[in-house]
Each structure stands twice: as C-alpha cells, then as structure tokens.
Design a protein around this ligand. Structure first.
Ligand code: PLP
Length: 405
C-alpha cells in the first residue's frame, strides 16, 4: 500500500523528512494555481478507490429500483435493507457506535439529517423557538442550516459555552470537532436539553476510537467516512422511536426518500471497507486513511514547527480500540492560528493563493483559519510549498544580522 501514498518531494528550499509516494496522480495544477482548502472535499481518498478497481462497481438495469419504497416494514420505509445491513456491519467492525438499540434513518448527506433532527427534537408547541447551540469553534454550516428557513421551531443561539438562557435548548456536539479536531462532550447540561451528536469524523483515519458511542441521536456521513461526498448519503442512529419517526417524516416531506442508486452504491462501498478490515492483507481502508492523514500531518507540523508564524492544536495520544495502538488525532482540517501581527489570516493566505475559511465563520476570530487536509495530493503539495516558503522568508527577515551578533 506504500505505493499509493502521497508524494511531497523536492519542496523548494524545504527538505521534508518523510517522503512517501502517491503514484498515479495526474499533475494538472500549475505552480501558481489558487488552491481551494476552504471546503472539506474528501478527494484525498480517490487514490484508494482507484486502486480498488472494479470491486465497488455496480450496475442498474432500467427496471430496477423504480418504486419510492424500499422496505415498507421498516420505520424508515425508504432505507434500502442492504444499506441498513452494511451500516450496522461497519459500525460493528470499527466499534465506533452502538447500532443494536438504534433505528437507522438515511438522508441525502448528513446535512439533510441535521435539518431532520432539528425538526424532530424541537417541540412544536413551545412558547418560542428552541435555542440551538454548539461550543465555538463550531462547524460553520450549523448557524446557516438552523436559520436558513427562519423556522418557528428553532433558532441559532451561538456558542454553547456562553449560553445561559432558561428553557429548552438543543446542543450539537461535534466530535471530533470541525474545525479544530478536538474530542468533545456536551457542555450546557440542563434539564431541558436535547442533544445531537455529529460524529462525521469519528472514524479511525481521523482519530483513535476510544469507545463505542451510544448517544440518543448520532449522525454519520459517507462523505467523511469513505470519501464519497458526491453520493450524498448520511445516516442517523436514533435511539427513540418517535424521534426516528419524526426524522423520517421530515425526509418524506422534503424529498420523499433518498436515492436508491446512491444507497445501493454506498452499501457496496461500506461492504468493501468492512471486508478490507476483516481480511488481512486486503488493503485495509482505515489503515490506508490513517497513513495518508498521518503523512500529511507530519509534513504540516514539520513546516509549521520551523517558525513561529503559525501554530496548530496538539492532540493527546489515546488508545484506539480499532487498531490496538496508541495514536493521536489527525483531523480532516488544520485549525491554524497566526501568531504574528496579521489581523485577517484568511486574507493573508489568499495573498499566497491559498483559500481557507476564516475563523470568524466558526464563532472564533480572524486570526484563525480552517484549511482542509482532505484535498488532492497536488493541492496539498502546493499548500506545503507555499507555507514553507512563507515560514522561511519570515525566518530570514527576523534573523539577527551579523552586526548584531
Ligand atoms: C461536522 C460535519 N457534519 C456534517 C457535514 C455534512 O456532511 P454531508 O456531506 O453528509 O452533508 C460535514 C461536512 O463537512 C461536517 O463537517
């Protein structure tokens, strides 16, 4: 598998200590291209799936999967039984979430399920909309998703750490967190609390699996698990039957179900991943993902460690139940802090043709940015080159002159 790792060699003035290779990647970006690390498009995983070849290929005949219905006996009547089975199997193989006493609701990406969960968990007859909070820095799409339709059921109330209003509220707990990769628990803890656990990144390529999560509402997405963001498949594991029923109702009313082609393709892919974990020597997907992420983090830390211009969060070593080893998190995003006198870090990086998301979008400050670590090998190579150049130039500028020595 070493052959499909990433190659970041000959990086201008930098000589990086580890130089694993990524073969078969087309070089199409010019050296002065703008690189977009603003979005978390998981193209990093493309090379794994290229190597897998036809194992995941499925074909549909014209007469197949025509009905709206997938399983009328299931509470979530549009959930394909094959997808349900493969979701359960994969959670059992990885050990990251309890499936035995949970209902599965499928959505068009977990974005759809965030809306469905807000709808299902916020009482329809409250005197005012339920406050929705999340500890800052929070995933920038939560405020937008919460307030987009100006619902009478819920409204965005910002940072959970400063929330002190009486009455019902809903806290979204993202763990590992987007943007900063930290492992989180609910913080408000009031009697009238409802929780959504967004576990999009609770997979071994990003973080050690330290327990089998067993929360009331847990959201997962193929986008971050397998890298198939374009299939738009997410799933919720929901303990309470009524909540699962209401979420299903939301999806029924908004989209009358979820594409069967996408569900069956995802089922196939999840099956291939579970097989890869269970059969030694068959390119374990999560091992591959871990190595790729580890390689990227190592390079980024090495470059950042050369100067004091930027800094990154540190993550503790934890025992991973899946790998049986101690390791630290290697999140899908780099939450970068600028330590110099630069007010708007995003703007500064834009000047270096790196697009990253401004910290203020996450309820934090503009001295932070979030940069995707899930980009293509080429984009990552340019990211490292430019960061490296900037760090070295600053070092040279700040270097004491001979006279002052
Ligand atoms: C924490 C988190 N939740 C949910 C999503 C949405 O994922 P999906 O592509 O399934 O809509 C993302 C996407 O970046 C995310 O980072």
């Amino acid at each position: 598998m070493g052959g499909i790792e990433e190659q970041v060699t000959g990086v201008n003035k930098c000589s990086l200590s580890s130089t694993p290779k990524e073969n078969g990647t087309m070089t199409s970006l010019s050296s002065d291209a703008v690189i977009n690390l603003d979005i978390g498009d998981p193209t990093l995983f493309q090379s794994y799936w290229s190597k897998i070849g036809d194992k995941c290929t499925i074909a549909f005949s014209g007469c197949q999967s025509i009905s709206y219905f997938a399983n009328t006996k299931n509470l979530c009547w549009f959930l394909e039984p094959e997808l349900e089975e493969q979701i359960k199997r994969m959670h059992r193989v990885v050990g990251n979430a309890a499936v035995e006493d949970h209902h599965i609701v499928v959505g068009t990406g977990s974005t759809h399920l965030i809306h469905a969960a807000l709808f299902a968990l916020c009482p329809p007859d409250g005197p005012e909309p339920t406050s929705v909070v999340c500890a800052a820095p929070y995933y920038s799409c939560y405020p937008e998703a919460t307030d987009f339709l100006r619902s009478g059921l819920y409204k965005w109330a910002g940072d959970a750490q400063t929330f002190d209003k009486d009455g019902p509220y809903l806290e979204i707990v993202t763990s590992p967190n987007n943007p900063d990769g930290t492992i989180r628990e609910a913080i408000v803890k009031g009697v009238q609390e409802k929780l959504i656990h967004d576990l999009a990144y609770y997979w071994p390529q990003y973080t050690p699996i330290t327990c089998c999560a067993h929360y009331d509402v847990m959201l997962f997405t193929a986008s971050k698990c397998t890298g198939h963001a374009g299939s738009r498949i997410g799933w919720a594991l929901v303990k309470d039957k009524d909540v699962a029923r209401k979420m299903t109702k939301f999806i029924e009313v908004t989209t009358i179900g979820v594409s069967k082609e996408a569900q069956l393709r995802t089922a196939k892919i999840l099956g291939v991943i579970s097989d890869s974990c269970l059969h030694p020597g068959s390119n374990n997907f999560f091992e591959y993902g871990r190595r790729r992420m580890a390689g990227r983090w190592e390079k980024l830390r090495e470059v950042m460690g050369r100067g004091k211009l930027f800094s990154l969060p540190e993550y503790p070593q934890e025992y991973c139940l899946f790998t049986g080893e101690y390791s630290e998190s290697q999140p899908g995003f780099a939450w970068m802090k600028c330590n110099e006198n630069i007010e708007d870090f995003e703007k500064f990086l834009r000047g270096h043709k790196i697009l990253a998301r401004n910290g203020s979008r996450f309820g934090s400050d503009p001295r932070h940015v979030r940069a995707s670590m899930l980009c293509t090998g080429e984009e990552f190579k340019l990211f490292i080159e430019r960061t490296c150049l900037e760090t070295e130039e600053r070092l040279l500028q700040n270097k004491p002159s001979r006279d002052s020595l």
